[in-house]
Ligand binder design. Structure first.
Ligand code: PLP
Length: 424
């Protein structure tokens, strides 16, 4: 559910007609709905209310400070994957004791920053990282709580690029190696193995893989307990899918019900288990759209192309994952629908938003909304072709605010230097 609806022939973001909005902020622009963001967070977090849990929003899905502030105010924690995301979360007002740090290639500097900030857990993904973290913790004279991110050899059954929990993937530690690795960590004086972590992928539309993961982790927690290692945090990662086209992903209530059933009567550690969830896409995906303007239409051979002022640098998901985004005109014109390719201005044939899509008549200047663009949209955008990144706007009721201004020419060349002495 989201709050982008037609009213009097025009698509609105909550109470604001999109044509009015872009008259002020220009195109392309990412538009987010406050009500939708809050609703999605509360539905997800509320679904787990019967269990001790922490909802750590996955910052990489959409890392705008304003969004992070919203989730932080709602009591959310954060799942971060870099020092940059740590700084963002803290800047947005996050409590470090609600931050978990994931990532397969954390540097010494990043680990030290997280240790100094006092994050809740560092999710360690390899033995060399464990040893480096041990040295960092010693240097900082801090006792650091860790989880191991385990690779459970369970497929997310989604796009190959969105699967992270099989031996084909670089993520985590082979679950078969888990016991010796935990025992090794337990002997390191500044580290406290307190958690267990799995994130098997993204855009998962079935509960089966989650249940399979939980089964494996429960067994491991019991075995660790018998060895004197008490696991008090069970992190199931993110990955719950959303509807882009006709997928029917499980509702968060259903997800929570199944997890709760699996955990019923499971003692875990004597202190009990706190569940950690790291949702990204399911919170922000359908809470944001990308609004673009039609520049030209043209026919090449038998194909009809609609060229917009947004490109793959703004939204790379179709090019990267061949993913589907619904595209709808802001003010639909009457007339027969026609099959068109909706493409961007970038010099790449992969620069498309839709192929052979049936759309109502479109003319130069018309506005299009690319739906479901809130997750991995702006956060994956780039300056390719020297294009300034789009503006981001938050709408709440009949008010709106620019939450990231459109980049300009100076932004594009910031940090670049023509080395006069070298080029004499
Ligand atoms: C990307 C990521 C998430 C969020 O995944 P979604 O599919 O957006 O829910 C959670 N945890 C980790 C470790 C991630 O890398």
């Amino acid at each position: 559910m989201h709050y982008f609806q037609y009213s009097r022939g025009e698509l609105h973001a909550e109470g604001i007609p999109l044509s009015r909005l872009v008259k002020s902020v220009g195109t392309p622009a990412y538009i987010y709905s406050y009500q939708t963001l809050v609703r999605h967070f509360q539905i997800f977090d509320g679904a787990f209310s019967a269990l001790p849990h922490l909802t750590c929003y996955s910052v990489k899905a959409n890392s705008n400070l304003a969004l992070l502030r919203i989730f932080s105010r709602l009591g959310g924690g954060f799942d971060i994957v870099s020092q940059g995301e740590l700084a963002r979360a803290l800047q947005a007002g996050a409590d470090p004791r609600r931050i978990v740090f994931s990532g397969v290639g954390k540097t010494e500097t990043e680990l030290a920053a997280a240790v100094r900030a006092g994050v809740l857990l560092i999710n360690v993904e390899s033995v060399p990282e464990l040893l480096l973290l041990s040295r960092v913790a010693k240097k900082c004279r801090r006792r650091v709580r860790i989880s191991f991110r385990l690779n459970p050899d369970i497929s997310a059954e989604s796009h190959p690029y969105l699967t992270t929990g099989t031996p084909e993937n670089k993520f985590g530690i082979d679950i078969k190696q888990a016991l010796p690795v935990y025992l090794r960590a337990a002997r390191l004086p500044f580290l406290e193995p307190a958690g267990i972590d799995c994130h098997i992928g993204s855009q998962i539309t079935s509960l089966k893989p989650f249940v399979a993961v939980l089964g494996k982790l429960k067994g491991l927690i019991s075995r660790l307990g018998r060895l004197g290692i008490n696991i008090s945090y069970l992190d199931l990662g993110g990955g719950l899918g959303i509807t882009y086209r006709d997928e029917v992903p499980p509702h968060p209530d259903e997800y929570a019900r199944v997890i709760g059933k699996e955990l019923k009567g499971f003692p875990g550690s004597p202190l009990g288990i706190t569940l950690i969830l790291e949702p990204g896409r399911v919170i922000v995906g359908n809470a944001g759209i990308l609004v673009a303007r039609v520049l030209y239409s043209k026919k090449v051979g038998r194909k009809e192309f609609v060229i917009t002022d947004a490109g793959m640098n703004d939204l790379i998901r179709p090019a990267l994952y061949d993913s589907f985004h619904e595209i709808i005109p802001v003010r639909p014109r009457k007339g027969p629908r026609k099959k068109v390719d909706v493409v961007g201005p970038i010099c790449e044939s992969g620069d498309f938003f839709a192929r052979d899509r049936k759309l109502p008549p479109l003319r130069s200047g018309d506005l299009l909304a690319v739906m479901g663009a809130g997750a991995y949209g702006f956060s994956m955008s780039s300056n390719y072709n020297s294009r300034p990144r789009a503006a981001e706007v938050l709408v709440r009721g009949s008010r709106f605010a620019v939450i990231r201004r459109r980049e300009n020419q100076q932004d594009l060349t910031r940090g670049e230097i023509i080395p006069a002495s070298l080029l004499k």
